[in-house]
Structure formats: structure tokens, C-alpha cells
Design a protein around this ligand. Sequence first.
Ligand code: OXD
Ligand code: MN
Length: 662
Amino acid sequence: MVTKIIVQNSAYGLLRCICKTSTNRCITSRKIAPSLQGRTDIHSQKRYYTVVNGSLSELSPLVRSYVEDKAQLCEPDKVHICDGSEAENKRLVDTLVKSKMLQPLPKYENCWLALTDPRDVARMESKTYIVTDDKRTTTPTPMEGVDGKLAKWLAPEEYAEKFQSRFPGCMKGRTMYVIPFSMGPVGSPLSKIGIELTDSAYVVASMRIMTRIGKDVLESLGEQTFIKGLHSVGRPLPLSEELVNHWPCNPDKVMVAHIPRDNEICSFGSGYGGNSLLGKKCFALRLGSILGQREGWLAEHMLILGITGPDGVKKYIAAAFPSACGKTNLAMMTPSLPGFKVECVGDDIAWMRFDSKGQLRAINPEAGFFGVAPGTSMQTNPIAMKTIQSNTIFTNVAKTSDGGVYWEGIDEDQVSPNVTITSWKNEENWQPGDPKNLAAHANSRFCTPAKQCPIMDPAWEDSAGVPISAIIFGGRRPEGIPLIYEAFTWQHGVFVGASMRSEATAAAEHKKKVVMHDPFAMRPFFGYNFGDYIKHWLSLGTNPSLTMPKIFHVNWFRKNSEGKFMWPGFGENVRILQWVLERVDNKDVARETAIGLVPKDDAVNTEGLGDIDMKELVTTTSEFLTKECDTLEKYFKEQVNTDLPDEMWKELSDLRRRASDM
Ligand code: OXD
Ligand code: MN
């Protein structure tokens, strides 16, 4: 018999009832009208869950009430509180293998392959929202008639509706896993803790690689608040329709919502990493950027590397490139020049803050790499290839008949002769040749522990972070943009970041080969108004007690008139980093041009590279730059409109003037 009804007021006025029976807890919940408060006859069904791992009593009151609240809403059969142990992981992997979501890859040690429903292969930017009371907090007001592309705002009422039509009962028949996770080393003052609730064991196994999870995180959290993450694949049991590829997802109902006011993320319908591993893009970048603005630091889509030159001096560089533009390759670079050593701190996200001496310091909030597989090889990234030989989950790559992996661009000589290949779409005896029928999906991934990477920097888990000497922006620009240039000032550097453009990639649901605006490589990841984001960056540069790193822009992807890449890239990029380091030391190796400071003739070491047209590589034309200014002006006007800080308009008109004076 129902004995008690409580009406709870949760995010944005969703009213929910939680009722108790004399013997057990009823977890049926639904949106109810305020007028129903106190009534005991609104439930017809009752559901109960069992806690199968850990105990609710080990949770702090705040965590416990979050878990209980969401369990009441989502109605799982079981609740599993993750301890992060090996034994737990083994049981989860066994479950995943039984349900055919993972296949073993016996050629390697403890490696697994997941093949998704082909409708769930990338981040869903069109279904990713930030929920705030005031639209302008989230996104600039675009020019009339223009569709805003800088963060997708959702009104609280609309969110409440979307939420209510998705989450109640969404975990029926499934297990709700409770993942306590730390972004950054457990206990570091720069780290932050989240609790992700998910009905996907694949997500748990992947979060265990990408973040630090388990008991010590709960201990470190104590009674404090945390970032809340709720994730469901959106396929309660019994299934109403058969799964495709044994991969539960609900593509028509995907919603990835961020609610900054409540420090909460609610993601529904997708199991793909960028949408489901909530520590990564959702927390570390979108909510992270908001926390950074509030608390005076920066959450950026940047790799962090340490580079030691022949003089033995080590410096750290942070670099922002759009998704799938070679961040992982640069972060793990094997330098071609003797005497140089690169060590990796992170390949995707940097949390950066000025210390009490005014030095910018960065941590990598992640503990693993979720790298794009195609194109990764012993030639392009031998370090990544070594890293992924064990304890790795591959998603949407092809499989060889001897239990190995295969993708476009992998070293063919690593693939044993006489093996057959099964494509990511499960096509047996797959044959190369049809560009429309790839072996591996273009956004297929490896998810691998950072600590296995042979060149992790000794300071990669240092809780103080590493000191950053230079920031590099970059993109895929087939034309016009020099291989390397340096910004004149911090303010000009912020303009360079704001002006970033790059060819689209497969990391989200875009068509390839269009040059898209991707300011600061953050376009899909801004948590708040891009105009305010620029202001935040500018404000740091006006604080005289801070030492600002120099800002650079690189373009490894320039093509000649025959459509061939003009620069070899990969390990040869150290030659450009060498010039960057010289500039950090204020060496006289640069000359002024309209776009910025470029290497003086012969300042970049091209010895042994053969036929490299360095002059052309650092050249741009008045015509190109003027066109670029027109494109930027249109973009800023249409997208950022009155929110663009005056400093950016000034930088644009200065660039236009310099271009016309060329
Ligand atoms: C990523 C991305 O997955 O940027 O890192 O899309
Ligand atoms: Mn990324």
C-alpha cells in the first residue's frame, strides 16, 4: 500500500513524485501536476531495484540522493556502484562479450572490438544542447535570418519536455551503473569529480580507461558537490524492436543536454564515446569552459606536449586543432631531428590556470586516449601503435581473421598475409578498392590507457600542472594559410584563435571537405556565449601580473597546385616546433608579414627534406588575405554579431589594412 508521496522539484521545475510503500521503495516516477501533491492514488505499477555491487550506504548523502532520485526515475532492475577494480572490469567485459557488444581480439592482450549500430558512429552536434534561462548566456544572438552555429541553446521548458519524454523508465530491465570519476589526478586541487549514471557497461569499461574511477574517487569527494551525469542508451527491456548489431541506442531520440545551473549533463540515445563518456567533451570542455569562466581558468580542446631540445632544456606547448586534425599524432610525435625528444601530457583536452607567480600551468584531465584509428600506423604514429597493443577497446574498426585490427592507413606489413578482413559493417572477406565501402568507419576509435604510452611525460600526473610556454592553433587549410606564423600580441593571438577555420572531419555528422569555421577548435564544445569566451581570453592578457605565452598558428595541410601536400608533417613537424621554441626564447628568427611573424629565410631547418618550397609554404597573398577577411567579417557579423568584442573588430580591420598594403 502506498504510504507517502513526496513531490520533488528538480531541474527547471520538473515535478516528480516518489512514493514509499510500507515494505519497500516504489520507484515509479512521472511528471505530475503540482495539484497532485499529497495524493496517494496516482500509481498503478511499482518497481524495485536491487543493489548488486557496493552499497548505497557507502555513498555520501549528496551522491546517494542523486543515485536514488535517478534510479526512481529511470527504473533500472539493478544498481551497480563501480569500485574500479580489475575484477569488476573483468565481469563487465564478460557481460559485454555475452551480449555480443564486445568481441575479443586475441592477437593482442586484453583488447576488444565493439561494432555499433551504423546510426550511432559520431558526436551528434545537432542534438547537443546547453540549457540556460537566458539564451544569450549560451550563444550569441545571430544576425536576423541566420541560423546560429555557436552552441545550441535549449529553453528550460523545452528541455523539461524532452527530458520527460525520454528518461522515465528508460532503464527498465537494465543495470544502472554508478561511476564516480575524477577528471585530473585524484586529489589534485586542479581536478574535479563527477558521478556518471549509465545503463551501458561499454561506457563503464571505456570510462575506466578515459578517467580515474572508483572507490578512491568517492573518498576524495567526501561530502562535496560534484558534476552530475545521467546517460541512457534509451532501450529499456523488453525491447520493442530488435537491436542493430547488438548495439543498444535510440538514434531518433538522441539528446545530449548540459544544464550549467545544476552542474548536470543528461545524455540519451547514443552509446558513441563523444556522447556517452560524459567526462570528456560534456564535462571537461562544455561545463569545464563555464567553470573556467566563473573561476578564472581555461578549459580548452588542446593537446599538451613536452619538448626537450639538444640543449637539454624542456618546454611545454599546448595546441588546439579541430577534431581529427592530428592532435594525437603531434602529442606523441617521434621527432625526425636528432637531439629532440617529445613527451606526451595529453592529446585532447587541457585545463589551464595561472599560478601565483603568473605562470600558465596545464593538466590533462583525462587518463586515456580516445583516438581516431584510420591513418594511425607505425609510420605516422608508432607510439600510438605501441600504446594500443593491450587493454584497449576499439570501436568500429575492421577485424582480421587472426584476431587483429585493421583500418585504412594501417601498415599493411603489420597485417599477416593470408588473413581475411571483416569490415566494421560485418562484411566478411572485405576487399579494398571502393572508397564508399571502407574497412573501418572514418571515425573509428581506439580507447587506450595513457599510462601505457611509452612517452608519457614524467610530470603528466603532476597535480600542479606543467608550465606552458606557447599555445599553437591550427587547422586543415589546403590554401593560403602559411605553414607557421606567430601572432604579434596576445590580443592578435586571440583573434587568430577566433578566426580558425578547417576542413570538416568525420568526428561529427558533417560532410567532408568543406572548410568550416572552428574558432579555438571549440565550436562544438563551447559551454557559453562565444563572445564572452573571447572576452575571458582577452581579460587574461590585460592582467600585468601574468606572463602570457606566445601564440602561433600552424597549417600542416597546405597543398600545391597539383593538390599534393607541400609539407611532410608527422615527425618532421619538430622542425617547426624548433622555430617555435626559438621564438619563445625571443631569438631573431622571424620577419613581419601581413598575417603575422613568419620564419626568416633559412630559419627553419629543412636539411634532408629534399624538395621543400619553404618560401611558398610561409607565403600568403593580399588577394587571399582580403578574401579571408571578407569571410571572417561575414562570419563574425552573422554568428557573433553584437557580442563580438571591439578588440576583434579592430584586429580584423588591422589585418585588412595590412593585406591591402602588401
Ligand atoms: C574527439 C573529438 O573525439 O574532438 O576528440 O571529436
Ligand atoms: Mn577532440
